[in-house]
Design a protein around this ligand. Structure first.
Ligand SMILES: Cc1cc2nc3c(=O)[nH]c(=O)nc-3n(C[C@H](O)[C@H](O)[C@H](O)COP(=O)(O)O)c2cc1C
Length: 367
């Protein structure tokens, strides 16, 4: 049996294999609520055979919504839709996970295919949708300067993350990921470029990591002990945040009860290079954190081939493999990977509705 298809236990949650569908924004929510598209998109990928499916970055407060189509968990009214979504993902065969996020100073934009620029029109006038960040420093040209909350306001933001996590728990998700990457709010607090606060949330490494650590402490306090907690980091944000910073932070996160660091990069806005965008370019981040911080890691980014995914696990560079655009291209990627790696019962990954027919077809040599 390949390592990719060896089940893994994360606390009390068993993943049937190590393929994870990473969070991928659809920007298709109905005023923050789960929509038909949200359901279809989740089912399409969860039924293709992965161990774990992550619902896209779901916002912990209104101000943090990136577009008019972002999913929300900033109010109890979103819980029934999310409950249906979590249960549907489970019925499709995958463990339901959700990423919680807050876009901070990158909030309130048009969707990428609409141009991605600052939102205009009636929705932009919503007085509750004000842009916040750690400091009044804009992401760059074409971005609004955020309001910087006072210390009490930051504490309230921490509380908003915890309240959203309670709702994710109540909706029945088994895995929670805190979005700390890609230049969004948590990443902004970590960064000395975006965060120039002079209170306890800015300045030293300890102060800049305080926001995330307090979120993790609060979330771990309400998230069941038998369910795993992930944090996604921009291991290098290509401004001043380095791999060494991520190693030091991951050691702390592990102490606070984080199980897996999902290793991504970039997004803070001031680019100073980074590795070339080639196959597996972020795997060295997963490897560094796993080895140096002693924490489980997920590798993500331009991983397309099952053999490559298997090799990453075999060399001990990561514990989980996320495949994003690979499954957008081919939703049954995990099933095909099982066939390619010679797994004994690849059809068992599929729901009965497809398994029966495809297994019969294969018996007749029609595959
Ligand atoms: C359509 C799309 C939406 C995405 N939305 C999110 C998101 O909600 N949260 C997040 O952390 N990353 C998001 N990402 C990044 C992916 O999770 C993943 O890290 C990235 O696509 C690299 O993996 P890949 O090369 O396998 O696609 C998104 C990527 C795509 C293509």
């Amino acid at each position: 049996m390949s390592k990719l298809f060896t089940p893994i236990d994360l606390r009390g949650v068993r993943l049937r294999n190590r393929i994870v569908i990473p969070p991928m924004h659809q920007y298709a929510a109905d005023d923050g609520h789960v929509s038909d598209w949200t359901m279809m998109n989740a089912g399409r990928f969860a039924a293709g055979g992965p161990g774990l499916f992550f619902v896209e970055s779901t916002k912990v407060e209104r101000r943090g919504a990136g577009t008019v189509g972002d999913l929300g968990l900033w109010d109890d009214k979103f819980v029934p839709g999310m409950t249906r979504l979590a249960s549907f993902i489970r019925r499709c065969g995958a463990v339901p996970g959700i990423q919680l996020g807050h876009s901070g100073r990158k909030a309130k934009r048009f969707r990428p295919w609409e141009g991605g620029h600052a939102l205009t029109g009636p929705e932009a006038e919503d007085p509750t949708w004000r842009i916040v960040g750690p400091s009044a420093i804009a992401q760059g040209n074409g971005y609004e300067t955020p309001e910087a909350p006072d210390t009490e306001g930051v504490r309230q933001m921490v509380a908003n993350w915890v309240a959203a996590a309670v709702r994710a728990r109540d909706a029945g998700f088994d895995v929670l990921e805190i979005h700390g990457a890609h230049g969004y709010l948590v990443n902004q607090f970590l960064s000395d470029v975006a965060n120039q606060r002079t209170d306890e949330y800015g300045g030293s490494f300890e102060n800049r990591t305080r926001f995330l650590c307090e979120i993790v402490e609060g979330v771990r306090g309400i998230w069941p002990d038998d369910k795993p907690l992930f944090v996604r980091l921009s291991v290098e944000d290509h401004a001043n945040w380095t791999v060494e910073d991520s190693i030091a932070l991951s050691k702390r996160l592990k102490e606070l009860g984080v199980d897996v660091v999902d290793c991504s990069s970039g997004g803070i806005g001031r680019t100073q290079g980074g590795p070339p965008l080639e196959v597996g370019y972020q795997v060295p981040y997963a490897s560094a954190l796993k080895r140096e911080a002693g924490i489980m890691t997920m590798a993500v980014g331009l991983i397309f081939d099952p053999e490559h995914a298997e090799e990453i696990l075999q060399t001990g560079d990561a514990d989980l493999i996320a495949v994003g655009r690979g499954v957008q291209n081919e939703p049954n990627w995990p099933f095909h990977a099982a066939v390619a790696l010679g797994e004994e019962a690849p059809f068992d990954l599929l729901p009965d509705q497809q398994k029966y027919w495809l297994a019969n077809r294969a018996k007749r040599g029609w595959r």
